[in-house]
Design a protein around this ligand. Sequence first.
Ligand SMILES: [Zn+2]
Length: 280
Amino acid sequence: MDMDSVAVFGRYTSWKLDRQTHVISFMNGSQYMYLIEGTDRALLLDTGWGAGNLRPFVEHLTEKPLLVANTHCHPDHAGGNGEWEEVLMLPGGELDLITCVECPFDLTELPHPDYKHSLVQDGDRIDLGNRTLEVIEISAHSNGSMALLDRKNEMLFVGDELESAQVIMNPSTPVPGVEFVLDERLRRHRVNMLRLRGLLTEDTRIFPAHNGAPISQEYLDDYIALTEHIYAGDAVIEDKLNHFYAEMGDPEHRLCRVRWMRASFFVVKEELMKLYGTGL
Ligand SMILES: [Zn+2]
């Protein structure tokens, strides 16, 4: 285990959001996993980068039997899956596990590298005991993005499909057999956000995996508007990303930020311009 990498990618803090929900924060507070407890069981949502030290941290927070699920299977969300025997994910998420080659750790050294992938699907209900999570498929940023809705407690967990800083619409590791077509992804994103909008009550709080949580429902409206304004041709295009790591990973400056109000996507500019102003 490389101690420098653990210090960067595998250092966790946590706080209780309410009597039965923990936020586990990492990457200097910019990223979150959630530990969602019912009366009988708890569910850990996402597993970080795979530093190998998450399970004892989580077991310190709860003694309840644990389910583990991925909002999606990008390396910062599914890297640590092999610390457990079984992980719940959507079928497209299973395809995205290939992106975990980007993890800074050797994931074959985790205790359960051949852990069981238990596939769930849209509409499934996960009963934790006096608390039910509904699985909602919202794939656009990834091939298997899962939102979890807790109607009773008015909480919605959204992974990377909705957040305050930006939603990345450009995969850094290609997934064999899956073409990432921006036009399709943006249309799907809008439909997904409209669907989520219809499920929220006035008081539902939204919990993303990066850059602040909970966030205002206004972000949801702004993301719906962003896609509409891209196709209308009046969304704002910013050539400077203002994101250190994204800029480092884009030496040819292919990416831009396209924005409407508080919402923005990172997209390949050349792909964006093929859609821009073409009408929804
Ligand atoms: Zn992601």
